[in-house]
Every structure is written in structure tokens, then in C-alpha cells.
Design a protein around this ligand. Sequence first.
Ligand SMILES: Nc1ncnc2c1ncn2[C@@H]1O[C@H](COP(=O)(O)OP(=O)(O)OP(=O)(O)O)[C@@H](O)[C@H]1O
Ligand SMILES: [Mg+2]
Length: 442
Amino acid sequence: MKQTILLIEDDHRLRRILQLVLQSAGHEVLTAADGQEGITIWKRREPDAVLTDLKMEPVDGLAVLAFGKQHAPQVPIIMLTAFGSVQTAVLAMKDGAFDYLTKPVDNDELLLILANAMTARQPSAENVRELIGASAGMHKVQHNIRIFAASNSSVLISGESGTGKELAARAIHEASIHSEGPFVRVNCAAIPAELIESELFGHIRGAFTGASSNREGAFNKADGGTIFLDEIGDLPLALQPKLLHAVDEKTITPVGSSTAKAIKVKILSASNRNLAEMITEKTFRQDLYYRLNRVHLHLPPVREREGDIALLLDYFLQLFCKKLQRTETTFTRESITILNKYPWPGNVREIKNVIERAILSCDGEKQITPAHLPSSISTGQLATENQKVQTSTDLFKQEQNLITTVLQDCEWNQSKAAKALGITRNTLRYRIKKYGIHKNET
Ligand SMILES: Nc1ncnc2c1ncn2[C@@H]1O[C@H](COP(=O)(O)OP(=O)(O)OP(=O)(O)O)[C@@H](O)[C@H]1O
Ligand SMILES: [Mg+2]
């Protein structure tokens, strides 16, 4: 989606670099060397987002912010700041800036924040809704899903068990231009080795004993859509050359047939096994690996997703209360503490299962106490593991507290809170997600 970005930065080298980064991401860029010039341009043009340095002479970024809030409050403003003046950037957030970036600017982070600003602005835009998470790691995943969906490259998805690889594959398909086409998943680990070839490419009648009729393979079924080769690490070595051929030539040949058929599919694959290691062990072909791994999507384990545990707990709590038709259930403070500290080796799937069981076992009591949790979790043997999370940056906490306090003051009325903070409701929602803020039992 092409956007017009107004870039205001007095350091001409940085301005040039950022301009190039934004242009190569497909945006139109308007540049200005100080706040005054920026405001003048803003009056003439209608940028979709504004990226402004904070400290500039004679007119600084706060003046740009003030102008924007007055004249175009719906346009997200992102502050650029030197490390030393982060405090000012935080104040700017109070005044309604969408977010801030510290210098030196990380290009990926810049594009990510912009993408988020756009989605926050257009709540109905194709954002990857089902993939819950507001941590930096999950923002990156969501951002990459959108980018990878738009290209034809094969995507290899990695991540520990339960991190959401399959969900991510479906999200890529749904965000792609082939979303109307089929999504076909093949679980390479679940099919007997001797049947995989036929499963993937189909067979013709009489191809082997028992092949009493023609059979359509998964690639054929996925034509015009997406094929998802799940647990690709379990694909027998003997079959890998044939898959390589299909990927390279974009054709398939059913077992027993000599005619190749052209197909158009987007190829996604996933594995929780270490494929690089398998290549050294010669159990996975390097050439196939590179074909499947044109781009790589990594799903971080839950223990590395700061703030997401709380979001996921809340999400599954509501989901299962609804699904199991239980009245509104909440966690006791003690349970929350325990659940937030637990390192979740089984990742999102484990969270999901634990919450479902807890709701079932606390039948009618309305509160999930530690007694409703598996003993391995409630005894907290693994609790020290996640102590790091407690020392999250002061800044993060500071912003989180600010928003939480205002929300509490406004009795969780988001419209009121947004008004009090001087930001739009969409920006507020973005921040609630980003900081993992949720209404607790107070
Ligand atoms: N970010 C998320 N938000 C909401 N639900 C999620 C998220 N990630 C995973 N889930 C849910 O958790 C479960 C496990 O996810 P999924 O099957 O995609 O994991 P996986 O990485 O493929 O695991 P495995 O390697 O074991 O196959 C699913 O029920 C999925 O819907
Ligand atoms: Mg899976």
C-alpha cells in the first residue's frame, strides 16, 4: 500500500538515508529540514503519516506535533529521537504522538512502526487479527506476514512447537492475492513414506498395486492457491529431488504418468526441526532447503514475547468462556502472577490448553485460582526462569502505567481515555495492545 510520508529531519545525511529506505519500501516521501518547512509542506499536501525529528532549530518536533494535533488529528506522527532525549519522546506520546524511534534508526523497526500506524489508522485494513500478540517479536511476524503474502516467494516457517506456525501459514494465505484460492495442508509427518509421493503429486490408475483409479495430488488441489508443506523435515530424503523439481519447474507429474502439468501455487513450509542441522547430517537436501527458504518467517517462543502472555491469557479466557458457555470467569491475582511467570515451553498451544482445562475445572466458581492450574505450573518450580521479564525497561513501564492510569480514571471507556490522552481511539487501541494492558480485577 503506497503511502505519502512527510519526513522532517535536520540532519541531511540521515534525512537522505531515511528517504531512501522509505522510497524503497514503496512510499512517496516529502522531505523538510526543520519544523517550519515541515508544517508549510503539511499545509499544502496531505501526508498519510509524519516522521519528525524532535530536536530541531528553530522549530522543533513538538511544534510539528502540536500543529498536527490541531489540524489533522487522524494523521499518525512518529518522533525520531536521540537516545538522550527519550524522556521528551515519552512526553510527546502523552501529547498524542503515535510512537517514537530512537537513533540510530533501525530500518525494519521504522517500516514496522509505519505499518502499525497505518493499520491503527484503518482498523478494517487487512491486519492479521487471529495472531494475538503485541510484543516486538510478534509485530515483526505480523509485518512480515503482510510482506510475504504480497510476494510469490516460497516461505519457510520455523519455530518451536506450539508457536503458531500453522496459524501463520493460514494468515499468509489469507493476506495474499490468492486468498480466494484453495489452502491445502500436507502433514509430511503423518503420511507413510510410500504414500507421500502420491499424496503430493497424485497418481494415475494402475500406477501401483491398489491404485484402482486416478487420484488428484495436493499440488493439483492447491493450484491457484497455497500449498502448506507442514513438518517438511519429515519428508523422506528419497522424495526430496522430486519436490525440488516440482518447485523449480512449477510442474507436477503424477505417479505412473509421463506428462507434466503446469501449476501455479504459493509454497509455504514449516518445521520445528533444525533443518540446517539436518543438512549437515545429510538428511535434508541443501538445494531444496534454499528453494523453500526464499524468505524465512520465525515465530519466537512465548517466553521471548514480552507482554504477550497476559494478552494470550485474556484472549483464551474470553474465547473459552464463550465457547463453553461459562459465565464470565476471571483469574485471581495469585493465578495471574503464577501464569505470567511460567516459561511456557509448549508455547501458545500450552497456554490454550491450560486455560481451557482451568475453566472446565473451576466450573461455576467464576474465579480461576492456583488450584485449577496443573501442579507443574502452580508449584512454580520453573518460576525463576522468567525473572528477566520483571526487569523490563522503565520506559515501557512508564508508558504502560500512564495509559493504564488514564484508562482506570475513565472507567475503561476508551473514547474518554483517548480524549484525555489527546490521541485517537485507534492509537489508544494500538498502545493497549503494544503494552499488553488489560482490565484486571481491581
Ligand atoms: N498468536 C496466536 N494467537 C492466537 N492463537 C494462537 C497463536 N499462536 C498459536 N495459536 C493457537 O495455538 C495452537 C498451536 O498453534 P499452531 O498449530 O499454529 O502451532 P505450530 O507452531 O504449528 O505447532 P507444532 O510445531 O506443534 O505443529 C493453535 O490452536 C493455534 O490456533
Ligand atoms: Mg504445526
